[in-house]
Every structure is written in structure tokens, then in C-alpha cells.
Ligand binder design. Structure first.
Ligand code: ADP
Ligand code: MG
Length: 209
């Protein structure tokens, strides 16, 4: 696990967002202002531009670098939130031997940072409704001594179930909360983009491991 691995994950997440642009745009048109996917794509393009630096860095510093790029290029609610995810993961990576237990802790630290930044947990119909269950499952699997293959197969399933569950939730955070009860019946765009990125990263890492 190093900067090249980080860049491989970014490339996988980027490709998944490009392939699902229209769907995510529509989800944010339904309960937001439609810009979510374009905010994310702008960030991904900035990360691709920083490829050489990210690949040359160690794992934690590569995440820190990616976080700073996201902060300076992505607007909306999701810019500072994705900054917090990557920055929280980067900070937690110091002095870690990157085994499955450490990676689970690092991801959980990133998700925690998002929670602090956005002041929300589960049940508000946001990306947190995917990120928290995935972080929890990751830590459970790590504690149970699961193999990398098992983790990479399991996390996309947790992400998908959790993403689908946002459809019936009432939004109480972000723009979608302005709709009140009318926010029900639509999947949260941030939950969908997070789920797609998690699935793509896991699939790519499963291929290369
Ligand atoms: P904006 O809402 O400012 O237009 P985006 O469209 O980029 O920003 O992102 C919208 C997504 O951000 C939502 O779908 C939701 O998942 C997520 N979100 C909004 N507010 C919060 C929050 N406080 N905590 C976590 N995620 C949030
Ligand atoms: Mg939006």
C-alpha cells in the first residue's frame, strides 16, 4: 500500500463516477440542486492532474495530498466532507503497518472526521448512511480475522444495502432536508456516489491482490 495504490483507487472511483454521471446528476436534481456529481468529477480531475505527486508519495502523505486537492477544487457540501474523509484517513495512517486491521481503523477515522465536519451520523439520509455501516462492517471483519478477499467482497454488499436504505429515509441534513417529507422515495446522491466509489475501489483492489 503506497501512493500508487492510492492512485489506483482514485482511478477506479473516478471511472465509476464517469460511468454513472447521469444517474447521480438526476438523483441530486430530485432532492438537491443537481451539482453533486459535477463537484465530485471536478475533484477527481484535479486528483488525476496530481498523479505524479500522489504516486510518488507514501500511503498517508498521498491521502493528505489528495485531501488538499479536493479541498481546493470541490465546492458544495461534499468538498469539505470528502476532504475530511481523506484527511482523516491520512492522519490515521501515520505509524501504521498497513494490514487489514489498520486499514479498517484508518477508514473508520476518515468516516469519523466526516461526521465531525458534517455534524451528522446515521439516519439523516446522507453519504454517512453508507460510510458508517461500511466502516463498521470493515472493523467487524478485521476483528474476526477475515481475509482481504473476504473484506473486498463483503464491503460492496454492505454499501449497496445501505445506499438503497436511504430511499425511504427523511432527509434532515443538507439541501434535501428543505424538502421535508418530499425527500422520501429518492436515493440520496451522496449515498449513491459513495457506494459506487466503494464498490469500484474494492473491485479494483480485488483484481490486483
Ligand atoms: P450541496 O448539497 O451543497 O449541493 P453536493 O450536491 O455536492 O452539495 O452534495 C450533496 C450530498 O452531500 C448529499 O447527497 C449528502 O449525501 C451529502 N451531505 C449533505 N450534507 C451533509 C452532512 N451534513 N453530512 C454528511 N453528508 C452530507
Ligand atoms: Mg448539490
Amino acid at each position: 500500500m503506497n501512493g500508487e495504490t492510492v492512485m489506483t483507487c482514485i482511478d477506479a472511483a473516478h471511472a465509476a463516477l464517469v460511468a454513472n454521471t447521469d444517474e447521480i446528476a438526476q438523483l441530486d436534481q430530485q432532492i438537491g440542486d443537481g451539482d453533486h456529481i459535477f463537484n465530485l468529477l471536478r475533484g477527481m480531475e484535479a486528483l488525476v492532474t496530481a498523479r505524479v505527486q500522489i504516486e510518488a508519495a507514501a500511503f498517508g502523505p498521498a491521502l493528505d495530498l489528495a485531501a488538499m486537492k479536493i479541498l481546493s477544487t470541490v465546492g458544495g457540501s461534499s468538498g469539505p466532507l470528502f476532504f475530511s474523509l481523506l484527511n482523516g484517513m491520512g492522519k490515521a495512517s501515520a505509524n501504521e503497518t498497513l494490514d487489514i486491521g489498520a486499514l479498517a481503523r484508518i477508514f473508520a477515522a476518515g468516516v469519523d472526521a466526516v461526521g465531525q465536519r458534517g455534524k451528522t451520523g446515521e439516519g439523516s439520509k446522507t453519504m454517512m448512511d453508507v460510510l458508517i455501516p461500511v466502516a463498521r462492517r470493515f472493523e467487524e471483519l478485521a476483528a474476526a480475522g477475515a481475509s482481504a478477499g473476504d473484506v473486498l467482497a463483503a464491503l460492496p454488499r454492505t454499501a449497496e444495502t445501505s445506499m438503497l436504505a436511504t430511499r425511504d429515509m427523511l432527509a434532515t441534513k443538507g439541501r434535501a432536508s428543505f424538502l421535508g417529507e418530499r425527500s422520501r422515495g429518492h436515493i440520496d446522491p451522496g449515498a449513491r456516489s459513495s457506494q459506487l466509489m466503494i464498490a469500484a475501489v474494492c473491485a479494483r483492489l480485488a483484481q490486483s491482490s
